[in-house]
Design a protein around this ligand. Sequence first.
Ligand SMILES: *Cc1c(COP(=O)(O)O)cnc(C)c1O
Length: 388
Amino acid sequence: MRETTRLTSATFNKPRSRRAVNVGVERGSTVLMESAEVLYDDDIKPTYGTEGLSTQRELCRLIADLEGAHEAFILPTGLAAQTLPIFAALKVGDHVLAVNSAYRPVRRFLDSQMQRYGISVTWYAPSLSAEEVLALAQDNTRLIYVESPGSLTFEIQDIPAIAKLAKARGILTLCDNTYGAGVLFKPLEHGCDFSMQALTKYVGGHSDVLMGSVAVNDPKLAKLIYDAIKAWGFFTGADESYLAIRGLRTLHLRLQRSGESGLKVARWLEDRPEVLRVVHPALDSHKGSDVFNRDFTGPNGLFLVVLKGDGEATSHRFLNALKLFGLGFSWGGYESLAVNCEPQFLGRHKITPEDHAPLEGSYVRLYVGLEDPDDLIADIEQALVQIA
Ligand SMILES: *Cc1c(COP(=O)(O)O)cnc(C)c1O
């Protein structure tokens, strides 16, 4: 069966009759056992709520299926799904190579927390080739952290090439696959060791759940993640897991609609006189769109528009003039969102879509959701007219 069918077919909880279609929410700490003899039997799981009951287990099974993984794990946030595998895979004295266009909080984690544990990091520019990235590897490099397209700046990396060269040197690769949502891109099939995503975004899909997942193929790495989750005591609730399962049922439809509408809005913006540039991975004007189109089955609904204007002042006027777009962080929900990016670009990493070039114009990130794209275009048009 194809992926859409597998994610939506009601195969859970046989027998096939006289049951609700979707998975139930099973809450619990204590799990009652059959007899005294099996209380300490390691082969029987779960014996306690922290191991995940039926709702969490069904979600993990579906995510593993989606990511083409041997096993998948869930964590309370997307960020926890980034930090836990890093912590689990590394030890004192190890070195990480990480792309500097990565999701900002993970940059903070590597720079502050990991340094205290004697783990060093080298940030590399997303424009480097796979060979140039590997040339930065040291004898103690244990992990390469990749994300493509870059959060906020959308640079494309050749992940299959990086993963291949890393593997040859015995270095692990961890891919943030939130953009692809497990559907548009399959990091494990392209040679990565860990694929994580913020289920908070497209899988949750309704801006009402925070959660992350880590998927792996190597049983040894699966044990590493399992042991770390158990040792640290991270637990993800059944109610949130239920919401993520519910989101998975319509993931393909929402992602496709959001991606198509986003491209329509982006193309419309490209022709506007108020616009300097549109930064969208699937547009021909985007550097690396050939690699993007080779590896991804399509774009999601997220991109950057650079308006002609006076930095943050113009971005603010534009955002405040929008009526249909909500002003807020995150993306992947049903509703369209907008944020200006200057404070993030001007932070300590000074990342811009041109790899450290000076900022020119006003930077707005748009997330196109499930509304009619023509209504969204009309909203943007009235905002552009207002600020002209
Ligand atoms: C949102 C996001 C995360 C973190 O997810 P949270 O659930 O908000 O912690 C990680 N990576 C990317 C690319 C994201 O957009």
